[in-house]
Design a protein around this ligand. Structure first.
Ligand code: NAP
Length: 485
């Protein structure tokens, strides 16, 4: 059972054109901490996606015609409602996703911050005037909303991955359709409930829930009425959806997988590096796209760093995220846990040594022990693949040149982290890393004011910051001639 102060936040049907759309078939949403079924949610399909596209198309002219100030006032109400209901939204998230309540409430504040930020940024969509090539011409550049935006998001950040897309889209004057992950639709539906309370007009924000993600995704990526498609999730699925968008030449944003190196140089503040490592590696039980995936540690501090990290990791309290004192929850599914364990076992077979953890947790279910491994090499599968679990493989390196080559030796390029106190090294390494985001002496890098996104197979485009709204705008150039007559 999910106990809320505002029970109306617990919705279980798709939200299309301002109405809750009940289906005859449902799917179960379960609590990963206990396996208990939390809700049965309407199992939407391709037809629901088509209805949502039609609703978003119909709502577009009136929403786009509002002034930026009018849209900002409504978005601001949405933000205020999210913060007013932060506790309830956090409870819903912990129930369906498993992260500790404090982390869930932190995600609600993080996600709401995008709504606050873009409510304001929408007022600063500036055009341009450009001197013309002839004396009787003027060039004027307008920025207009791109149109209907469709999005698909993952389960690891069930609320903020939606607002990070919806807020700039709505602020720019676009209308929006979201298909949330099947594991975590309740957080998305709670956002829809609050959107309605905030006065977001019908058809402007739509949520289609359903386990037939292929059929729903097919409509969202191929409909000629969708101008922009935005995806956060795994690289293989992103690649497929990118292909599907080609037929209608949609503008596409992709926030995909990562393989973040967490680098510790011999001149680093090791205690600060351990604190950064805890946040970057073990937050959300290691299930974030920007999680440290490989620890590259200079040989002279390798053992000391390992000892300090081991001591810190021993403090984690695993359990149901609603319980007092719990600092790490379960993994999202049994399959996710089995995949993590398979990578650990494969590494051990290849010569890696488990320092701590390395097994499913005694709590059973989807819980996995916080793990540290030594004697790992950059060529092992655990260093090449997204682990998506609380496992820290420690790889030694000797020189800066060797380090840069190792860090960049991956198809991914989302986030990287390094700890050093040498200003020359800081610039050299920051510029040499082929990543969209680099944390320097810092393990937490995401916020609404900063451009989030990756290079290489980690994606296309940026979310958040002044750059994030550009993907939801089209440039229109006006050539004003005949001025000398
Ligand atoms: P996923 O399997 O790619 O699923 C993500 C979303 O895509 C879900 O809503 C899923 O729906 C949907 N989906 C799956 N197959 C589809 C298809 N054929 N057509 C249309 N939609 C489809 O990823 P995940 O396991 O949920 O999430 C973890 C991944 O997301 C990791 O790789 C992580 O790095 C990445 N991620 C990236 C960022 C970033 O900002 N770069 C942020 C967070 C997570 P169903 O749930 O219904 O299957």
């Amino acid at each position: 059972m999910i106990r809320l102060n505002e029970p109306a936040l617990l919705a279980n049907h798709s939200y299309i054109n301002g109405a809750w759309v009940k289906k005859d078939t449902t799917f179960d949403v379960t609590n990963p901490a206990s396996g208990v079924v939390l809700a049965q949610v309407s199992n939407g399909d391709g037809q629901d996606a088509e209805a949502a596209v039609a609703a978003a198309k119909a709502a577009l002219p009136a929403w786009a015609a509002k002034s930026a100030n009018e849209r900002a006032a409504i978005l601001r109400k949405w933000f205020n409602l999210m913060m007013e209901h932060q506790h309830d939204l956090g409870v819903i998230m912990t129930a369906e996703q498993g992260k500790p309540l404090a982390e869930s409430k932190g995600e609600i504040a993080y996600g709401a911050a995008f709504v606050d930020w873009y409510a304001e940024e929408g007022k600063r969509i500036y055009g341009d005037t450009i001197p013309g090539p002839a004396s009787d011409k003027r060039i004027i550049v307008l920025k207009q909303p791109i149109g209907v935006v469709a999005a698909i998001t993952p389960w690891n950040f069930p609320s903020s991955m939606i607002t990070r897309k919806a807020a700039p889209a709505l602020a720019a004057g676009c209308t929006f359709i979201i298909k949330p992950a099947s594991e975590t639709p309740l957080s998305a539906l709670a956002l829809a409930q609050l959107a309605e309370m905030a006065g977001i007009p019908k058809g402007v924000f739509n949520v289609v829930t359903g386990t037939n993600s292929r059929a729903i995704g097919e409509v969202l990526t191929t409909s000629p009425d969708v101008a922009k498609f935005s995806f956060t999730g795994s690289t293989p699925v992103g690649r497929k959806l990118y292909e599907q968008c080609a037929g209608t030449i949609k503008k596409v944003s992709l926030e995909l997988g990562g393989n973040a190196p967490f680098i510790v140089f011999d001149d680093a503040d090791l205690d600060a590096a351990v604190q950064g490592a805890l946040a970057s590696k073990y937050r959300n039980a290691g299930q974030t796209c920007v999680c440290a995936n490989r620890f590259l540690v200079q040989r002279s501090v390798y053992d000391t760093f390992a000892e300090k990290l081991e001591a810190a990791v021993a403090e984690f309290q695993l359990g149901d995220g609603m319980d007092e004192g719990v600092t790490m929850g379960p993994l999202i599914t049994k399959k996710a846990m089995d995949d993590v364990h398979a990578l650990v076992e494969q590494s051990v077979a290849q010569g890696a040594q488990v320092v701590v953890g390395g097994q499913p947790h005694a709590l059973g279910g989807n819980y996995y022990q916080p793990t540290i491994m030594k004697n790992v090499s950059n060529s092992m599968a655990i260093a090449a693949n997204e682990i998506f679990g609380p496992v820290a493989p420690l790889i030694p390196f000797d020189t800066e040149e060797e380090l840069i080559a190792m860090a960049n030796d991956t198809e991914y390029g989302l986030a990287a982290y390094f700890y050093s106190r040498d200003i020359g090294r800081i610039w050299r390494v920051a510029e040499g890393l082929e990543y969209g985001m680099v944390g320097i002496n810092e393990g937490i890098i995401s916020n609404a004011a900063a451009p989030f996104g990756g290079v290489k197979s980690s994606g296309l485009g940026r979310e958040g910051s002044k750059y994030g709204i550009e993907d939801f705008l089209e440039i229109k150039y006006l050539c004003l001639g005949g001025l000398n007559k």
